[in-house]
Design a protein around this ligand. Structure first.
Ligand code: DGL
Length: 273
């Protein structure tokens, strides 16, 4: 049989509100370098963290349809805000055409398996924290866990603008992490795909006393497991990844270098004409 017709040789689709989801794309690329990626960042509508669930659902369905025009075998929702409010909608919409992965369930699964942890903190956008999705999923799995969630809406735009590892980011991060809600935590979930970029600053704040979980690597391992389970590894040629955004600016192209370690050539695709 010609390798071209194998279902596993289709690309992996990944999408986010902007370029923060590239942290997930980067982790997948590092773990599974033979896979072809098609990425879409909805920079025209960014940030999603402040938008209504209705709007996020509508845009996510349109983006998923676009990714399916590339015949993706899997769609990875590389954004906590979208995963919180639109995962079921996207999954139902795509049906059996592709596997749909969100970034929350793999992290919940990972965290509940860390037996020593009792007081989990979560930081994320307003959209994610408003759903209280991490707390309800974690407590479903382990009633004894205490989970405290804090919306940290300045962080994603701050990172998109390249403000990290400097005085301004340190002040904002320290202010959020000092809030009473996060006072007694022993672990912290970075519930936004932008946050791996500020992980070193968060680690500096906690000085090793709090375990930090970021979505990117955990999700990449989950994707690897799913591809294995479903016999969907790419055995064909590895082509260039494709990166689409809905509104191109040179600033986004510049920022991609921070989020994705390989070469990124952004292509503009306006789905909202
Ligand atoms: N990357 C998104 C997330 O993980 C946040 C960015 C946004 O608000 O658009 O929630």
């Amino acid at each position: 049989m010609a390798t071209k017709s194998k279902p596993g040789n289709r690309p992996l689709g990944i999408f986010d509100s902007g370029i923060g989801g590239l942290t997930v794309a980067n982790a997948i690329h590092e773990l599974l370098p033979e896979e072809n990626l098609v990425y879409f960042g909805d920079t025209a509508h960014l940030p999603y963290g402040d938008k209504s669930p209705e709007a996020i659902k509508k845009w996510s369905v349109a983006i998923s349809d676009f990714l399916m025009t590339h015949n993706c075998k899997m769609i990875v929702i590389a954004c906590n805000s979208i995963s919180s409010v639109a995962y079921d909608t996207v999954k139902k919409h795509i049906g059996s055409k592709a596997i749909v992965v969100n970034v929350i369930d793999p992290v919940v699964e990972y965290v509940v398996n860390q037996a020593a942890l009792k007081h989990v903190g979560v930081i994320g956008t307003k959209a994610t924290i408003k759903t209280d999705i991490y707390a309800s999923k974690l407590k479903d799995r382990n009633k004894k866990l205490s989970v405290n969630s804090l919306a940290t809406p300045l962080l994603a735009p701050m990172i998109e603008e390249g403000f990290f590892n400097n005085k301004i980011s340190k002040t904002i991060i320290n202010d959020y992490l000092s809030r009473p809600k996060l006072k007694n935590i022993d672990s912290l979930i970075l519930g936004c795909t932008h946050y791996p970029l500020i992980r070193p600053e968060i680690e500096q704040f906690y000085k090793g006393k709090v375990t930090i979980f970021d979505t990117a690597r955990i999700v990449a391992h989950h994707v690897q497991w799913l591809l294995d389970e479903n016999n969907l590894f790419n055995s064909g040629s590895t082509k260039k990844h494709r990166f689409f955004i809905s509104d191109f600016t040179p600033a986004f192209e510049q920022s991609t270098k921070i989020f994705f370690k390989g070469k990124v050539k952004l292509e503009q695709k306006n789905l909202w004409k």
